[in-house]
Write a protein that binds this ligand. Structure first.
Ligand code: GLV
Length: 321
């Protein structure tokens, strides 16, 4: 019996890859950069399964270019790169990798919050630039945590894990998430209250039509002048032009971004010219264990889909009727 054919769009960690190689005839894209669109369409032509990353647009055109496709396994918790409705219409299950990246992503959100508040990157640059001459009582003063208010937008797994960390820093935690009407972990508020009262705002929503550019000129204008905005969700949740204007005019104190629009952020982006904007290259889930587990879950989803079994983590269970 020949093994099912699959295309894996990058060299993912061995933990998942070993499983995939065992069960499948795997074509694995070896380059650092994602396969160009044309190449992607060509490589899926005769595959039974696809392992994609958030860098690949998996849309109806791609699905139609792969008539044998039985399963799309996205190695990420977010699936905004996949047209899930198009997959459902074609009865194609889509897998994702929730749970295993919750803590790593919450750690990253907190690291960004601390770094922006305490001006770690500015301080590091100051030292490297040879500017450190003495202890200066007014140098690079930042924000305090104790007693400050953290507003979390999106109170799912990751938002809750951020709230848990905030307790240790004596922050007051409020959140906006209509799907979580109440919880003992934090106080639910409407969005306007969150913008008005938060000293820190951390975004943990998926990218959807409703959340695209939810941080814009209007919502930024409602924030406190000392507000620090942290985005470790998806770049397009924040309008980058409005954010640039708000940071440049010191409308808000700082932003720390793990994700940007576009991604990668071009080296000449005006955001990178601002001292109060910290940007890292989408590293939320980038810890060894987390990435190992993401590859493992992606492999499990892939293999279940190839066997015609229910995926352990499926974002469109409607396909099972
Ligand atoms: C990473 O951003 C993910 O969605 O897993």
């Amino acid at each position: 019996m020949p093994k099912p054919k699959v295309f894996v769009t990058r060299l993912i960690p061995e933990k998942g890859l070993a499983l995939i190689r065992d069960f499948c005839d795997a074509d694995i894209w070896q380059d650092e950069l994602p396969p160009p669109r044309k190449e992607l369409l060509a490589r899926v032509r005769d595959v039974d399964g696809l392992v994609s990353l958030l860098t690949e647009k998996v849309d109806g055109e791609l699905m139609d270019a792969a008539p044998r496709l039985k399963i799309i396994s996205n190695m990420a918790v977010g699936v905004d790169n996949v047209d899930v409705a198009a997959a459902t219409a074609r009865k194609l299950p889509v897998g994702n990798t929730p749970g295993v990246l919750t803590d790593a992503t919450a750690d990253m959100a907190f690291a960004l919050m601390l770094s922006a508040a305490r001006r770690i990157v500015e301080g590091e640059k100051y030292v490297r630039d040879g500017k450190w001459k003495t202890w200066n009582p007014q140098l690079l003063l930042g924000a305090d945590f104790v007693g400050a208010t953290l507003g979390i937008i999106g109170f799912g797994r990751i938002g809750k894990a951020v709230a848990k960390r905030a307790k240790g820093f004596d922050l007051r935690v409020i959140y906006y998430d209509p799907s979580v009407p109440s919880t003992s972990d934090a106080t639910p508020v409407d969005l306007d209250t969150l913008f008005r009262e938060s000293d820190f705002i951390s975004l943990h929503v998926p990218l959807t039509d409703e959340t695209r550019h939810m941080i814009n000129a209007n919502t930024l204008s409602k924030m406190k002048p000392n507000a620090i905005l942290v985005n470790s969700s998806r770049g397009p949740v924040v309008d980058p032009h409005a954010l640039h204007d708000a940071l440049k005019s010191n409308r808000i104190f700082a932003a720390a971004l793990d994700v940007t629009e576009p991604e990668p952020l071009p080296a000449d982006s005006p955001l990178l010219g601002l001292d109060n904007c910290l940007v890292v290259p989408h590293l939320g889930s980038a810890s060894k264990y987390t990435r190992d587990m993401m590859s493992y879950l992606a492999a499990q989803n892939l293999i279940a889909g190839l066997k015609g079994e229910r995926l352990p983590n499926c974002v469109n269970p409607e396909v099972y009727g």
